[in-house]
Ligand binder design. Structure first.
Ligand code: UT7
Length: 338
């Protein structure tokens, strides 16, 4: 398949990262008390040991705003300098206004244009690419790109197939136009994106939207929770993430051998290992934190990027490969020169 979006861009650089994870920890052991599962099953099939659960009064915009504040502090950027806020989420505070509008209000980014992107677990990389387009056209110079989810609000706690997989959290980056002649750190070198809507029913929240509003008659069947055909999703995730990684590297004029660190979507350690193996990369060049947080959908990559950054795992000049896959199906990959 040809690379779908390969034009060279005016430079955009990630100049700050931040994340926020709710305090409450839900362990595999805790889950084994509410559904027929075990730490052994969850750990061996997914790699997940625990996940974070937001407090009832915390909305997605609260998690997003805290991650955004931390990203702005790390970038040394004031809220007034932010000209664009994109929140990638499938757990918006409400149908409208967008979660990004609430974030704007909470962080005081009065000069920003704000909207959300719905691309499930690929949402953060989709949002990053949209922000790059704004920067490329000269329309905006400084943007906040956020991946934030309160997936606990979409969980059927009686469904062991899904309730063990997901968690809450938020990650954010500040990106800024960079002088192309300068080797600015954090430069996004390439991004590829793809979608296959013929498989939209494999991973979805079927109810609560216009196709299937929640009614007293259907509420008992939990239509407003995550439904997933796990094995089918797994298969496509490996194929698409591998393909997207190779395309993004090719566009950047690089190969897997040049990659210092892969930051993949954190859904399943077996998916991540399969991709690393096919890229011929040792696991010490692959970042994983899903044991602590589970799958936080659009938040996994910016949270992991922030943790890798804070842990000193991103050194100047490093090639960082970001790659995601999610409902839609959607997938995306970006290469960043740190
Ligand atoms: O973020 C978007 C992308 N998402 C993904 O990429 C997720 C992709 N899928 C997966 O990660 C895996 O498919 C799962 C972790 C969801 C499931 O793992 P699996 O190895 O594919 O298991 P399975 O669905 O084939 O189920 C195997 C067995 C079934 O029992 P039977 O039918 O063989 O008797 C399930 O009922 O495991 C059972 N099972 C469980 N057992 C204990 C399913 N969930 C659980 C559970 N605890 N939590």
């Amino acid at each position: 398949m040809p690379a779908p979006s390969s034009q060279p861009f005016c430079a955009s650089s990630i100049i700050g990262t931040g994340s926020y994870m709710p305090e409450k920890v839900l362990t595999n052991e805790d889950l084994s008390k509410i559904v027929d599962t075990s730490d052994e099953w969850i750990t061996s099939r997914t790699g997940i040991k625990e996940r974070r659960i937001a407090a009832p009064e915390q909305a997605t915009s609260d998690l997003a705003s805290e991650a955004a504040r931390r990203a702005m502090a790390s970038a040394g950027v004031a809220p007034e300098e932010i000209q664009l806020i994109i929140v990638a989420t499938v757990t918006a505070d409400m149908f409208f206004p967008s979660t990004a509008c609430f974030v704007q209000k909470k962080i005081g980014a009065v000069n920003a244009v704000c909207f959300d992107i719905s691309a499930a677990c690929s949402g953060f990389l989709y949002a990053l690419q949209v922000a790059r387009h704004f920067i490329n056209t000269g329309n905006r110079t400084t943007a906040l790109v956020i991946g934030a989810e309160k997936l606990s609000s979409l969980i059927n706690w009686k469904d062991r197939n899904t309730c063990v997989l997901f968690g809450d959290g938020a990650g954010a980056v500040v990106i800024r136009r960079a002088d192309e002649s300068v080797e600015a750190p954090g430069r996004v070198l390439s991004t590829v994106m793809g979608t296959d809507g013929t498989l939209a029913d494999v991973l979805k929240v079927p109810g609560g939207g216009s196709a299937c509003p929640i009614t007293p008659e259907n509420v008992e069947s939990h239509p407003n929770t995550i439904h997933m055909e796990g094995r089918e999703t797994f298969k496509h995730a490996v194929t698409r993430m591998l393909e997207a990684s190779q395309q993004a590297l090719e566009i950047a004029g690089l190969t897997a051998a040049d990659v210092s660190l892969v930051i993949p979507h954190q859904a399943n350690a077996r998916i991540i290992s399969a991709i690393a193996e096919r890229l011929n990369l040792p696991l010490d060049r692959v970042f994983m934190n899903l044991d602590k947080y589970g799958n936080t959908s659009a938040a996994t990559i910016p949270v992991a990027l922030d943790e890798a950054n804070k842990a000193g795992r991103l050194q100047k000049g490093d090639v960082v490969l970001l790659v995601a896959f999610g409902g839609g199906f959607t997938w995306a990959s970006s290469v960043v020169r740190w």
